[in-house]
Every structure is written in structure tokens, then in C-alpha cells.
Design a protein. Structure first.
Length: 56
């Protein structure tokens, strides 16, 4: 298990929950924010993990 990757996924999930709560963004919009070169800069894998677990 790679703890660094899990930490980035956890950080992405926390950021996504913040986006959802404060900005009321859809899953697609959150994904775009997470992967944007001008915003959060998470990988597509981290962003997809986040979307998959956003409502857990």
C-alpha cells in the first residue's frame, strides 16, 4: 500500500467535499476543479477516486 498516494486521494476528497458544501458543485464540476491546471492540480486518478467516494 502506497501511503503517499492515499494521502493525495484523501486530500482530494477533502477538497471535493469543501467544493460540494461551499460551492454546491456537481460531480462533473468537482472533477474539473480537481484536475484543473489552474486550481487543485490533482491527477485524474485522484479525482476519480474522489468522485467515487464523495458520498461515502
Amino acid at each position: 500500500m502506497d501511503h503517499a498516494k492515499l494521502d493525495y486521494k484523501k486530500a482530494a476528497l477533502e477538497k471535493a467535499k469543501s467544493y460540494k458544501k461551499t460551492l454546491d458543485l456537481s460531480s462533473d464540476e468537482i472533477y474539473e476543479q480537481l484536475t484543473s491546471a489552474h486550481r487543485a492540480k490533482f491527477t485524474t486518478e485522484e479525482a476519480q477516486y474522489t468522485i467515487d467516494h464523495l458520498n461515502d
